[in-house]
Design a protein around this ligand. Structure first.
Ligand code: G3H
Ligand code: 13P
Ligand code: ZN
Length: 308
């Protein structure tokens, strides 16, 4: 089917109280792995593309690939700009057929974040593109040393309410103790679930969890067995993700887990078959491992079967 907007996917998720994964891609193999998983799980899916991914692959290539993938698929697929920070990149994404964009002005003061977000909302909504904004700073709980700092970094529920009243965003990313990458926690991996609940009670739009990778121990072990160096890598456990969804999270962003899955498979192939020089023989297993991880995520998030 043709590409859909993120809003269409997330409004259903919010009503049905399940989560939908936004999975980052930079190339064809990741996209194919994710779409195959979505088809097999009968799950809606959001394909996320960062500014860096647009630069790496070229926005026209990205759009062409995702358009074909969506049209061939029988499940809803949205194409979303992840962490749009520059006006020209946001315009580029919209002009090239993205159905959704994120404006990330979370590093700016509240009023400035509102003003920048509104500018993007005006442009995007005029052409039927939906918008995600972010309030609060993604920082691992380990980096937060005291209560004052915690309040300054994590999303303040009253601010979230005001932000949504002052903007017309379609989804809001909140900071509740996750961070990007493979090293999220030194100690106990725990999110501020109460904060999610409070925000969800005050804000009537879908909430987004960034930095949601689990840094799956078996995958890290496999990659390490074949030479990767990832000491101390730790992510968000599955039970915390479940609690976050129950508390009101609708969109769950996953990049690191797919990078690690692909890495583990490619390393294994290259190590076990050093005589091979056909790229399909190591990129294919990478794609397969991405697919397996995405399928597990869809079951965990509760989106499996929702596009049946
Ligand atoms: O949140 C950011 C995503 O993981 C994308 O990362 O900017 O390296 O493409 P990237
Ligand atoms: P991870 O690094 O936990 O996969 O987070 C990805 C993300 O938030 C993309 O926006
Ligand atoms: Zn993110």
């Amino acid at each position: 089917m043709p590409l859909v907007t993120m809003k269409e996917i997330l409004e259903e998720a919010r009503k049905g109280k399940y989560g939908v994964g936004a999975f980052n891609i930079n190339n064809m193999e990741f996209l194919q792995g994710i779409i195959e998983a979505a088809e097999e799980e009968k799950s809606p899916v959001i394909i996320a593309v960062s500014e860096g991914a647009m630069k790496y692959a070229g926005v026209e290539y990205i759009y062409a690939m995702v358009k074909v993938a969506a049209e061939k698929a029988s499940v809803p697929v949205a194409l979303h700009l992840d962490h749009g920070k520059h006006w020209d990149k946001i315009v580029l994404a919209i002009r090239n057929g993205f159905t959704s964009v994120m404006i990330d002005a979370s590093d700016k003061p509240f009023d400035e974040n509102v003003a920048i977000t509104n500018k993007v909302v005006d442009l995007a909504h005029a052409v039927g593109v939906t918008v995600e904004a972010e309030l609060g700073r993604l920082a691992g709980v380990e980096d937060i040393v005291n209560v004052d700092e915690k309040e300054a970094i994590l999303t303040n529920p009253e601010d979230a309410k005001r932000f949504v009243e002052l903007t017309d965003v379609d989804a809001l990313a909140v900071a509740v103790g996750t961070s990007h990458g493979a090293y999220k926690f030194k100690g106990e991996p725990k999110l501020d679930i109460e904060r999610v609940k409070t925000i969800a009670d005050l804000v009537q739009i879908p909430l987004v969890l960034h930095g949601a990778s689990g840094v799956i121990p078996e995958i890290v072990e496999l990659a390490t067995k074949y030479g990767a160096k990832l000491p101390g890598a730790k992510g968000v456990p599955d039970d915390q993700i479940k609690l976050a969804i129950e508390a009101g999270i609708c969109k769950i962003n996953i990049d690191t887990d797919l990078r690690l899955a692909f890495l583990a498979a490619v390393r294994r192939e290259l190590t076990e078959k050093p005589e091979n020089f056909d790229p399909r023989k190591y990129l294919g297993p990478g794609r397969e491992m991405v697919k397996e991880v995405v399928k597990k995520k869809m079951r965990l998030f509760g989106s499996s079967g929702k596009a049946a």
